[in-house]
Design a protein. Structure first.
Lengths: 238, 346
């Protein structure tokens, strides 16, 4: 890898009050890549994403395109082009579907916002059908589509997805990952995805990190990790 | 594709069936209200005649719009910060005194004086947010509530120190001579009272447009929906909350100026109104501006009508009756009439 990483995290520590959750994470995401973070419950996957966006107290290096964002506020990190879909999707449940999309482009100053809304309606026709409905009344799968579209409305450089499959039916999850994969192939969207469903994640990811107790236990290319015996037993279930 | 989404569609269908059921029960409740109100009006008109009924109705509406205006200010802070602002009445009182100084002592035209006082109040509200509210975690409500209580005492004492406790008459921007009224349904409706209705109505419409149609309004509604998600889309949460405080302070000052004309101006003149506005906001659902208006009107109409027509209640128990009605409504609808129910899917 010769080019500077889009996102570089080194020696990242994070804690909730007195409880330290991350003990020195090293991780890189290059432009155009999909990188997946795997790990058991409590390994620190969600905290890693939250630490990147400075939503928890952190210590260590976080760089976006070579510039440190370790001390930058969550709001400003979002404005720098990191779109984070949190666990639970972060839907604005009192706003309409359309308002959720428009607010996704809050930091943008250009005039193409309406055109972008229309193009995301084309990608997710379900959202177009429900554009004036309160977002809180959507089903889980629809809310996840809305969350992805809302994040993409900011035209981000990097998309962070925290367990997009959580609480969704297997068919919906497969459909969602197919769309995420297409987003990466067709629009070159760079993603860092936290996921329990390792099988699906490996399908779209080029590389993976495995966290254990707040540290990187293993990392490598998806196709190699997929055939790693330990990974297979722990995450793929065969 | 349809097969992928078939289970989703079925959940949507069952959800809409539930929604329809809810709506039906809402209609029943409203119909029940309507029948009670119609019967009461009939009884009232038969016992004391047309004129007295409409006189009381206009009085009730005037009080109602006043309570509504204050309740809107409370709802704005509640939506922004998630707390009841106990200092809202004191802030409005201070703004009204500023308007008094401008209009009565400096000779500024009444309406202009009120507008300037509203603008100054907005700055004051923004300042309070910046200095006293922002240092605290917005998700931890107790310290912020205590601060608003402190502000309540502090501002009242400060105003008492400067302006003392002599009641003063406050002007109205509308014609208010002895002959400035017209007859509607046999009862007199004064222009200055009608002016209050129009001012509050106009404020409600402008505020709704501001919140629905502008970018700042969208930011405000986003922050009141979810602070964390707002940060993640790049909304400056602190500045948005500040905007909410400024807006609430301006609305409160407008309410104060309208009220001061119907009562008299002195440092504690908002305390009684504030209690009814709390009640109105709670009845409306605390996070709904339209609900605050409806809540204010109901509280005031029950107060006026029950006090006027039911001898046992009289003027002594009128206020208590209004509060009792609220208790009953909240038993049936714990989130108030228009409060949003927090249902989240996981």
């Amino acid at each position: 890898m010769t080019t500077a990483a889009l996102l570089r995290v080194a020696g990242l520590h994070a804690s909730y009050g007195p409880i330290q959750v991350l003990h020195g994470i090293d991780l890189e995401v290059h432009a155009g890549e999909v990188v997946v973070v795997l790990g058991a419950n409590g390994a620190g996957k969600t905290t890693t994403l939250r630490a990147v966006c400075h939503m928890v107290a952190t210590k260590g290096v976080v760089e976006l395109e070579g510039h440190s964002i370790a001390g930058t506020s969550t709001t400003d990190i979002a404005r720098l082009g990191v779109a984070h879909v949190p666990q639970g999707r972060g839907t604005f449940i009192d706003l309409s579907v359309e308002e959720n999309l428009i607010v996704g482009a809050f930091a943008r100053k250009d005039k193409d916002i309406q055109a972008d809304v229309a193009s995301w309606y084309e990608v997710f026709p379900r959202l177009a059908e429900r554009r004036l409905q309160q977002a809180g009344s959507l089903s889980g799968g629809e809310q996840q589509m809305l969350a992805v579209a809302r994040a993409m409305m900011s035209r981000p450089k990097l998309l962070l997805l925290d367990e997009p499959s959580l609480g969704l039916a297997p068919m919906i999850v497969a459909d969602l990952f197919e769309r995420l994969g297409r987003l990466n192939r067709e629009q070159g969207m760079t993603m860092l995805v936290v996921e329990q469903n390792a099988n699906l994640a490996f399908d779209i990811a080029s590389r993976a990190y495995v966290l254990e107790a707040g540290e990187v236990a293993l990392s490598g290319r998806s196709d190699e990790l997929r055939h790693d015996d330990a990974i297979r037993r722990a995450y793929l279930g065969y | 594709m349809p097969t992928n989404l078939s289970d989703e569609i079925s959940t949507t269908i069952s959800a809409s069936a539930v929604l329809k059921g809810l709506r039906k029960s809402k209609y029943t409740i409203w119909a029940l209200f309507g029948v009670v109100i119609a019967l009461f009006s009939l009884y009232a008109i038969v016992t004391d005649g047309f004129e007295l009924f409409f006189t009381r109705l206009y009085d009730g509406l005037t009080n109602g719009f006043i309570y509504s205006a204050m309740a809107i200010a409370l709802v704005l802070i509640y939506k922004a910060t998630g707390v009841i602002n106990f200092a809202q009445g004191s802030m409005a009182m201070l703004g009204t005194f500023v308007a008094y100084v401008l209009i009565v002592e400096q000779g500024v035209p009444t309406l202009l004086g009120i507008l300037i006082a509203m603008a100054l109040s907005a700055l004051f509200g923004a300042g309070i947010e910046r200095v006293l509210i922002r240092p605290f975690d917005p998700t931890n409500h107790l310290p912020i509530t205590i601060i608003t209580l402190g502000l309540f005492l502090g501002i009242n004492a400060f105003a008492g120190l400067i302006w003392l406790y002599d009641p003063r008459a406050f002007p109205t921007p509308f014609p208010s001579g002895a002959d400035d009224y017209f007859e509607l349904f046999g009862a007199r409706l004064r222009y200055d009272r009608l002016g209050i209705w129009i001012m509050v109505g106009l404020m409600f419409v402008l505020l709704t447009l501001l919140l629905r149609k502008t970018k700042a309004g969208l930011a405000f509604r986003s922050v009141s929906s979810s602070i964390e998600s707002s940060r993640l889309v790049g909304i400056n949460v602190g500045r948005t909350l500040q905007f909410g405080w400024a807006l609430a302070a301006a609305v409160g000052t407008l309410a104060g100026c309208l009220i001061a004309n119907t009562t008299l101006l002195e440092p504690n003149f908002m305390n009684r109104v504030l209690i009814f506005s709390f009640a109105a906001a709670t009845l409306g659902g605390l996070d709904s501006i339209g609900g605050a208006v409806v809540g204010g009107l109901i509280v005031a109409l029950v107060e006026t009508m029950a006090g006027g027509y039911i001898d046992v209640i009289g003027s002594e128990l009128a206020a208590t009756t209004a509060l009792a009605v609220i208790v009953v409504v909240l038993v049936v609808r714990p989130n108030g009439l228009y409060g949003s129910k927090r249902i989240e899917r996981v």
